[in-house]
Design a protein around this ligand. Structure first.
Ligand SMILES: Nc1nc2c(c(=O)[nH]1)N[C@@H](CN(C=O)c1ccc(C(=O)N[C@@H](CCC(=O)O)C(=O)O)cc1)CN2
Length: 283
């Protein structure tokens, strides 16, 4: 039997309806949640993502401000904008769309965002909070993956989870979230000797590499939950993930599609973090 689909678009709708109610409650108490989105340069994919973020804010009633700058913007000028937004009481969340042009030190920019406004969850203070299990902001993509597992009733406790990829924004935080949920976690990466050996033992596989067909049917345990974080283009220019979807869906128990899986949940978790930031500021 083919795997059941984990529909990120449908789950997003559910979450966004809940968030609209939280925004209404905040407004009634005199707080309008505000998100600043900064885009530097003209990366076409980034332009789509920030547009979708602004649209999603409108959907739930969050006030958003989109600031776009040419790729020639200096690092100092960007840092000055971030500092100004840190001091702006109408702004509860700040995000700088990645990637940034090569002349700008992305980590330095992220570290300049006030941790309490870092709704991307990329600041070391938030990464550290996740590491030790303290409240903070969780990075949106892995956070969305956790919500998808919860939605299908997959409790990671006691399960073997394999995360393929070790980026700071997806792989590493994903592994920590699964560990916090009491999974036994294996992190695989480009130097892993026998990837299939690990993935075949996994009850949960998260593929977050950015390369097509990293996970094929022969690498998956029957019934496993497969989450595809990849965002690639095939030869025809069609959007696809890291997983050989048609093959793996014949073996897995659950699988996320691309598009319509993790992507929409990433944006929904950004909304959730922004509402949370506004609620914390209003306390
Ligand atoms: N500051 C940040 N930069 C980046 C992040 C991030 O979380 N914060 N993540 C990625 C890009 N990203 C969010 O910004 C993102 C990527 C994809 C999607 C999405 O909804 N994808 C759709 C398809 C969209 C399309 O047609 O191209 C889907 O999967 O259905 C949302 C957010 C890197 N940068």
């Amino acid at each position: 039997m083919a795997a059941q689909l984990i529909d990120g678009a449908a789950l997003s709708r559910l979450w966004r309806a809940r968030l609209s109610e939280r925004v209404t409650a905040l407004k009634a108490r005199g707080t309008l949640p505000g998100l600043a989105v900064i885009l530097v340069g003209d990366n076409p994919a980034s332009q789509v993502y920030v547009r979708n973020k602004v649209k999603a804010c409108q959907e739930v009633g969050i006030h958003s401000v989109l600031e776009t700058y040419p790729a020639s913007l200096t690092e100092d000028a960007l840092l000055a904008r971030v500092r100004a937004l840190n001091a702006d009481p109408a702004i509860h969340g700040i995000l700088v769309q990645l990637p940034l042009p090569a002349h700008i030190d992305a980590q330095r920019v992220i570290e300049t965002i006030a941790p309490e406004k870092d709704v991307d969850g990329f600041h070391v203070a938030n990464a550290g909070a996740l590491m030790v299990g303290r409240p903070g902001f969780w990075p949106c993509t892995p956070y969305g993956c956790m919500k998808m597992l919860e939605h299908i009733g997959c409790d990671p406790c006691g399960k073997h989870a394999v995360v393929i990829g070790r980026s700071n924004i997806v792989g590493k935080p994903m592994a920590l979230m699964l560990l916090q949920a009491n999974a036994t976690v294996t992190i695989c990466h480009s130097a892993t000797a026998d990837l299939a050996h690990h993935t075949r033992q996994a009850d949960i596989v998260v593929a977050a590499v950015g390369k097509r067909n990293v996970l094929t049917a022969d690498m998956v345990k029957p019934g496993a939950v497969v989450i595809d974080v990849g965002m690639n283009r095939d030869e025809a220019g069609k959007l696809c993930g890291d997983v050989d979807f048609e093959g793996v869906r014949q073996v897995a128990g659950w699988i996320t599609p691309v598009p319509g899986g993790v992507g929409p949940m990433t944006i929904t978790m950004l909304l959730l973090n922004t509402v949370e930031a506004a609620e914390r500021a209003a306390r």
